[in-house]
Ligand binder design. Structure first.
Ligand code: ZN
Length: 281
């Protein structure tokens, strides 16, 4: 029997000694439909004729109740097959309808344990294609594991399993990403790109209330646009002043002066309308 070094051992008896050995070929994850700590799940397993190998709390803490080479009874036909293979099972804390996603700490614990199971027992890095196929899965993936048709582990977690947890296990197990703390430093170009595209970093004066903070790249574009508007307005004013200067002392009436200024502005093809809405502060 194997005990995962990342879990607190809470050996469940008599099951740990009385249940037959397995050769673990699968890892199947569940939601327990209760916000339980590993200790609370351990206490529950003492009251029913069922158990998982592992219990995972919201904070990422893990308890292990049965060694991974001993049968645990959480996955129906996958618990132990006639050929002696079986599934390692994990129950995870969830809300009372198992509709919430795993927390970041739970996701990290699932990835770490999944990578360890690959290393320790050679569970292949694929999602189980059939109920007997060695690999990784979640309770409702195959009806042979789930004859009662539970939605376990819930839609949000099925999505996370496919998009984050399983790819994370593959990456961790194949060394593409080690522990997040050991990850490589980003390059200068990666840092620059991240800063330029980071959402909501700059509060832009005059930006619409619905979109008050912009990326640095958008802000740079806006600065260039506003410089162009200022230049256009300046050209219009210069044209108007030049025209006015030509009229000084020529004896025309006010209406004619206004018309001449308007014409000068039109000649400069000015759009003085500024497409910003708020005060500049
Ligand atoms: Zn389940």
């Amino acid at each position: 029997m194997a005990w995962y070094p990342g879990a607190t051992k809470m050996e469940l008896q008599p099951e740990s000694d009385s249940q037959p050995a397995i050769r673990p070929t699968q890892f199947i994850v569940h939601s327990i439909v209760a916000p339980w700590t590993p200790q609370r799940t351990y206490e529950y397993w003492q009251t029913v004729n069922l158990e998982s190998h592992f219990g995972l709390g919201y904070d990422g803490s893990l308890g292990q109740y049965i060694g991974t080479e001993t049968r645990a009874d959480a996955n129906a036909a996958a618990n132990r097959r006639a050929d002696g293979t079986g599934a390692v099972s994990l129950e995870s804390a969830s809300n009372l309808s198992a509709s919430d996603p795993w927390t970041a700490a739970q996701v990290e614990a699932l990835i770490k344990l999944g990578a360890w199971l690959h290393e320790e027992h050679g569970i292949p890095l694929r999602i189980c294609r059939t109920a007997d196929d060695p690999g990784y899965g979640y309770h409702r993936l195959h009806s042979a594991w789930n004859p009662d048709g539970h939605a376990c582990p819930g839609d949000a977690r099925v999505k996370q399993f496919k998009e984050v947890v399983f790819p994370g296990i593959v990456a961790r197990a194949t060394g593409q990403i080690t522990d997040p703390q050991e990850d490589d430093m980003p390059t200068a170009a990666e840092v620059a790109k991240a800063v330029l595209t980071l959402d909501g970093v700059i509060s832009v004066p005059g930006a619409p209330a619905t979109n008050p903070t912009w990326t640095l790249a958008s802000t740079q574009t806006e600065i260039l646009k506003r410089i162009d508007m200022v230049r256009t307005a300046e050209a219009a004013q210069t044209a108007a002043i030049t025209k006015l200067a030509g009229l000084v002392g020529s004896g025309v009436d006010t209406a004619a002066v206004v018309a001449a200024v308007k014409a000068a502005i039109a000649d400069a093809v000015v759009r003085v309308a500024v497409d910003v809405t708020g005060p500049h502060n």
